[in-house]
Unconditional design. Sequence first.
Length: 355
Amino acid sequence: MDKQEIIRLLKAKGEDRTQLLKRSRDVKEKEVGRKVYFRGLIEFSNICSKDCLYCGIRKSNEKVVRYNATDKEILEACRFAWENRFASLVLQSGEISSPMFVKRVDNLLKKIKQLSNNELGITLSCGEQTRETYLRWFESGAHRFLLRIESSNPELYYKIHPNNKTHSFEKRIEALHFLKETGYQVGTGVMVGLPFQTYEDLANDLLFFKKIDIDMCGMGPYIEHEDTPLYEYRNLLMPKQERFNLTLNMIAVLRLLMPDINIAAATALQAIDPVGREKALAVGANIIMPNLTPCNYRKEYQLYEDKPCLDEDAELCRNCLEARIELAGSEIGYEEWGDSKHFFKRVASEKLLKL
Ligand code: 5AD
Ligand code: FES
């Protein structure tokens, strides 16, 4: 598929779009099967050293009450995941790289592995770190890492981030390479429907994923947040429903481009459509991340407006998800890590090349 073809598919409407979504669903079922895998999401701290212009918990947003969940709270959420047969967790936080934070995550990883007889798989989503930190966390038990590139176009990247050393596009790319070299299954992604973003940007994002050969992807619609600088440009946005539809088109095209990767049904989809994540699963996605963040902290982790699951407890969330996933014609891969098939093929071919 060349760029023009991708752009044409991203713009697809009506019957063309129905065909695209159907093709993607077929490819997904053939390549990764009908199973949906759960990753219990624990947003363990909203303290962040960055000032991303779109993000509700950016450092300069003084309205946010900052928290750090205790080890006990985090481990309880992990136990819940394990007892409910979720095979994997995602530990997510704002971006901090102090030695204390690095050590804390390291300790948590070891404790989670211990409490679950090494059964829980752990994905980290804790931003840009040094090569040494990535290695240390890998050795302590994390085996997947999510770091969205947000936009693969440096010009657009600097329209949505401050242009300074702490928000360097090059460093972000470098971090993705470090992660891969360390041996992680690497996930990245972008927001869809950002101000100033073009169809060509989105097509280039998909080609970027292919070029750097990612194992996992998460893409959600951009949703404006009142207390962020990017809110000023909300008049440039396409209507939310269009951002939603375009996100599904992005997922579908990515599934055609990279048939065997894991694709998450991003939570932000559900901020627009109450069954948004399920719609993504019915198209090309195969991963869902039920929120297991301790309930008292959830309202302080609002990256965007209308974030769902703010006052549900974890149990409720799981039950409603289960019913809905069944509705979407899938089954749940309980007690299975559901690792990226692409990763194993990639590693095998890298080994062959070295011989
Ligand atoms: N709208 C949608 N997604 C957002 N994220 C952060 N802020 C927003 C927003 N306003 C996404 C980013 C980040 C992920 C954790 O959440 O892509 O990588
Ligand atoms: Fe740090 Fe959003 S700016 S998590």
